[in-house]
Design a protein around this ligand. Structure first.
Ligand SMILES: [Fe+2]
Length: 286
């Protein structure tokens, strides 16, 4: 008999803190998508700052890289509380619902790092008190990625329940493909260190904002795709010097990084971990 207070731990995926941080093709694509996305760049790009740089704890392990197709998002146990046939909705908020407001935004990519349109994301989570609604569909809902492969969920920060760290459950499925069942985690949670299911590769980038918390996570599905031309550098580099850590950049300034030009979107002092392809909140591909 499964302990109802604890998800089963039959799908452990140990973290890989030694995985080198790389500028991935996905990061470049994400920057390009953010530059043309209908939703505000700050909403998409901002949390990436948290993903790539934490002043006190060092670099957070990135969501699995999507540069060579070998690292799809890890699977995790479904746990005891999944319920099929959730309503289609992007907001799980209800009038009077207690809790800290949370938005989760991101993209769904395939193995070639191309966005997946029409991917189904089905979220379920505990309420602010750590309880699941197993009778109705409170804090459960599904949605589909748009033509850019992006999704946006509005909800609350889930509460803690015995035996687990803070998490959100999700199933992700590209049209006609197998379901990826996994969980998303919050950085700097004390229980991350003691939860046997926790996987640092599933950490969201989270920051304060929007009257609560803003989180970002990109899924990489084990989905074959025909690689497109990609945002590879071509022709003469645009004007501007090489990106340099320690330099104070102003909005509108141009730099070259990795053979590609970028335009600064907001003033900041450059530092390692904020290389232009990694922080679409700060740099847009020129
Ligand atoms: Fe759970």
């Amino acid at each position: 008999m499964r302990d109802p207070g604890r998800d089963s731990d039959d799908a452990l995926h140990p973290a890989d803190p030694e995985r080198p941080r790389r500028i991935t093709r996905k990061a470049v694509l994400r920057a390009a998508l953010a530059a043309t996305a209908a939703v505000p760049v700050a909403l998409i790009g901002g949390p990436a700052l948290a993903r790539t740089f934490t002043p006190d704890a060092g670099p957070v392990p990135l969501t699995p890289a999507c540069d060579d197709g070998d690292h799809p998002t890890p699977e995790q146990t479904e746990g005891p509380y999944f319920k099929p046939a959730s309503p289609e909705r992007t907001s799980l908020l209800e009038p009077g619902m207690p809790g800290t407001r949370l938005t989760v935004t991101g993209y769904v990519f395939g193995r070639a790092c191309l966005p997946v349109t029409g991917a189904l994301l089905d979220f379920w989570q505990a309420d602010a008190n750590g309880a699941y609604d197993n009778v109705r569909y409170r804090l459960r809902g599904h949605q589909y990625t748009d033509s850019r492969g992006s999704f946006a969920l509005t909800t609350i920060v889930p509460g803690l329940y015995p035996g687990r760290t803070r998490h959100i459950h999700v199933k992700v499925q590209a049209p006609g493909r197998p379901v990826l069942t996994t969980q998303l985690y919050f950085p700097n949670e004390p229980r991350n260190n003691t939860d046997a299911i926790f996987d640092a590769r599933l950490l969201m980038a989270v920051r304060d904002g929007g009257g609560g918390r803003e989180a970002a996570f990109d899924f990489v599905l084990d989905l074959p795709q025909e690689p497109g031309p990609g945002p590879t550098p071509t022709g003469t580099p645009p004007p501007g010097g090489a990106w340099t850590a320690g330099t104070a950049y102003r909005a509108g300034e141009r730099v070259v990084y990795g053979g590609r030009g970028y335009v600064c979107l907001q003033p900041h002092t450059a530092q390692r971990g904020w290389e232009p392809p990694s922080v679409p909140a700060l740099w847009r591909a020129a």
